[in-house]
Design a binder for this molecule. Structure first.
Ligand code: ADP
Ligand code: MG
Ligand code: MG
Ligand code: MG
Ligand code: MG
Ligand code: MG
Length: 690
């Protein structure tokens, strides 16, 4: 989650009176940052991950795996441990940080300091992640385990799924039929966010995931676990009045989405221009990486026919009114808003010529007043539109102590809007008064069950970002196609069942207008081309991953571009990752080509190969996604009745097994490579070499 200010939060009726104030000062704050930072140059590659955990409490008498609600105590304990370690270690080792998250059973951890581009740092990621997990694990009570599980399979079932148990009848913020108030982090920000989304929207949120229909699933499926007749809150009849769909898993609260765990990566760029190029490149990658990291097939005690969390979170914070959603005719000063504030990116923002206007082909409403102000200040149209698109939203949480701020010294109002626009990619301006530069955050990936996998995705992705800059890659497809890909990515077994719109030729154009393809048949780069640099400039091998690449090569002025529709086609994930035909080497092929430009010793190269081999396995089908593995686990369980139900016992065994796999005392062939070493065997400290 974003910033955690302290103070007295305003209820929606009060908060909305300050909405315009927050937007106006938010833009003033952004303009101060812009004026100070727009010409900032030469920031090095710094990057880092965020990993979210759910703390699971095992009850071995009842055979129940529950969510532990001890977040406050756990975070307090971890903070004091971390303080103790850092005072003992000196300045050169940065101890990890643990952060609160929406769910009262969740933790988030980040490395104590961002990684650099040195090979040693890149190869320290797994160790760093394992260290963080172990640190958390060591300081929980004996029954609790921090697990990197994207969606808790039995969140919101009748009966006991938290420790301690709370009844859902008194969920004053969400009015949920399923989740108790106590599921939410008690910090004022979170209950207020929950309640204000409901109030602004005018009803509870409503998510419906298609149910995975198995041999003995009753049809039509009318969910017996929904308290259809409850009349505690005024929203209770929504379920029977159409909010809950037949043959679906219905969810009615923010916690179902924001209670999910994910893996995010943030990268610092050389300057604002490179950050904008990177942002755009990540947009079409978001659905592909979502499909590859899919790991959430189980929801509210059922197997879903989807593998990912995305639509659930998008729905879980969808504060749009019926008018904004297009269900009723608009009143004065209202706009149709096609997407939730948690959704995929709607606008590309790079100033590079390869960003053709045709790619921005979805309706992305903007705040005209904000647009005008930004353009009057000299900000170009693409960036001005991006910011004014974010600023169509209302601030949801306003603290009464934080209304009048010094706009030259604070970015709180800007961040209030920015950090509650939860899109697949986030463009992060530098904070006020800090040494941090322009950053971009990649946000679509689901968290993996082990840190080997989380590290593999992080390392693959940082290498891919460098390949994008090094080869001046062009990954643009129209946003409408990216949006379609986001939906396909969530389908069951999308890696195998779906095709995705992807660019046929990702290489820059030569002066004559034809693509400069450094590829020979078989999708392999000829080494001479790579080491000579493909843009014609000679290239010596780099010792580390870097920022600050040359400008995007320019085409001739009179070049004629292909129609946009000719630029892309539908590909499988295997083709996107491992290559298609002679023109496209695949994202892995590009990463390998980039690795050829680096001066790396053999041991490091072999370690990187382990990570890339996991990614290749996941994309070519020789390894399963976590979602497929989890779904199969449930369906193969001796107590499964082929009725789509994930019972308490099955969930308990699943959680136990995942923990054993993570520790390396149980094998998971099909999910992990033979060579996988669990945390039980790994030597883990922050200072050890990798
Ligand atoms: P968020 O606002 O998304 O919650 P967090 O603070 O949780 O962000 O995580 C930010 C990530 O960015 C961390 O992994 C951190 O190590 C990394 N990071 C910190 N400083 C920089 C920087 N200057 N450039 C890039 N990444 C950074
Ligand atoms: Mg988080
Ligand atoms: Mg955060
Ligand atoms: Mg964070
Ligand atoms: Mg983040
Ligand atoms: Mg574990």
């Amino acid at each position: 989650m974003g910033l955690l200010s302290l103070g007295t939060p305003l209820a929606w009726d009060d908060a909305k009176r300050y909405a315009e104030h927050v937007r106006e000062h938010g833009i003033t704050q952004f303009l101060h940052i812009w004026d100070r930072m727009k010409d900032r140059e030469g920031d090095e590659l710094l990057w880092g991950d965020e990993i979210e955990y759910m703390v699971v409490s095992f009850d071995d008498t009842e055979n129940n795996a529950k969510l532990s609600l001890r977040q406050t105590e756990i975070l307090r304990k971890l903070a004091s441990i971390v303080d103790g370690i850092s005072s003992g270690l000196g300045d050169e080792v940065a101890v990890p940080t643990f952060h609160p998250e929406y769910g009262r059973y969740m933790l988030e951890s980040t490395p104590g300091a961002p990684y650099t581009g040195s090979i040693q740092d890149v190869l320290s990621v797994e160790n760093n992640m394992r260290y963080r997990r172990n640190l958390a694990r060591k300081h929980l009570n004996a029954r609790e385990i921090p697990m990197t599980f994207t969606s808790f399979p039995r969140l919101g079932v009748p009966g006991v799924f938290t420790e301690p148990h709370f009844d859902p009848s008194d969920a004053v913020s969400s009015h949920s039929l399923f989740l108790p108030e106590e599921i939410t982090n008690p910090h004022a920000r979170f209950p207020t966010l929950t309640a204000n989304i409901r109030r602004r929207r005018g009803s509870k949120v409503a998510m419906n995931l298609p149910l995975f229909i198995d041999e003995h699933t009753p049809r039509p499926f009318v969910d017996p676990t929904i308290p259809w007749q409850r009349s505690r809150y005024s929203e209770d009849p929504e379920a029977k009045n159409g909010a809950a769909l037949l043959d679906h898993i219905y969810m009615d609260a923010m916690g179902f989405g924001m209670g999910c765990c994910c893996l995010q990566l943030t990268f610092q760029s050389c300057n604002v221009k490179e950050a904008r190029r990177m942002y755009d490149a990540m947009v079409p990658l978001a659905p592909i990486m979502l499909a590859l990291t899919a790991s959430s097939p189980l929801w509210r005690g059922y197997i879903a026919d989807v593998d990912c969390r995305w639509n659930v979170i998008a729905g879980a914070v969808d504060d749009r009114t019926e008018e904004e959603r297009g269900l009723k005719s608009l009143r004065e000063n209202e706009k149709l808003i096609p997407k939730s504030r948690y959704d995929s990116v709607s606008l590309y923002i790079s100033e590079d010529w390869i960003n053709r206007p045709e790619y921005n082909d979805v309706l992305a409403p903007i705040n005209e007043k904000v647009l005008q102000r930004l353009q009057d200040h000299g900000i170009d149209e693409a960036l001005a539109k991006h910011i004014s698109h974010l600023f169509i939203r209302d601030p949801l949480v306003i603290f009464s102590e934080m209304i009048d701020l010094d706009d030259t010294q604070s970015n709180d109002h800007f961040e209030n809007i920015q950090s509650t626009n939860w899109q697949t990619v986030r463009f992060k301006p530098p904070p006020v008064n800090s040494a941090i530069g322009w950053r971009v955050e990649f946000r679509s990936m689901e968290v993996q069950l082990t840190d080997f996998e989380n590290a593999a995705f992080a390392v693959f992705f940082v290498l891919l970002t460098r390949a994008i800059l090094h080869f001046s890659l062009n990954l643009y497809v129209p946003i409408s196609r990216v949006d379609e890909n986001m939906q396909r990515a969530q389908k069951r077994d999308a890696v195998h069942s779906q095709h995705f719109y992807f660019r046929k030729n990702v290489f820059p154009l030569s002066a004559s207008g034809s693509p400069v393809s450094p590829v020979l048949s078989g999708g392999v780069f000829p080494m001479e081309d790579v080491s000579n640099g493909i843009n014609g400039h000679a290239h010596t091998k780099d010792k580390e991953l870097k920022n600050c690449y040359p400008k995007m090569p320019q085409p001739d002025a009179d070049i004629e571009l292909e129609p946009v529709e000719e630029e892309y086609e539908e590909m499988t994930v295997n083709e996107i990752m491992n290559g298609k035909g002679v023109d496209f080497p695949g994202l892995l092929g590009l990463v390998y080509a980039y690795l050829e430009t680096l001066d790396i010793d053999e041991k490091s190269r072999n370690k990187i190969e382990e990570y890339l081999s996991l990614i290749r396995g996941r994309s070519n089908g020789s390894l399963q996604t976590a979602a497929t593995w989890i779904r199969n686990f449930v369906r193969n369980h001796s107590q499964y009745k082929y009725d789509s139900v994930v019972s308490q016992e099955i969930n308990y065994d699943l959680m136990r097994s995942v923990d054993e796999i993570e520790r390396g005392i149980r094998k998971a062939p099909g999910l992990l490579p033979e060579s996988f070493v669990g945390s039980h065997h790994a030597r883990v400290s922050l200072t050890s070499d990798s």
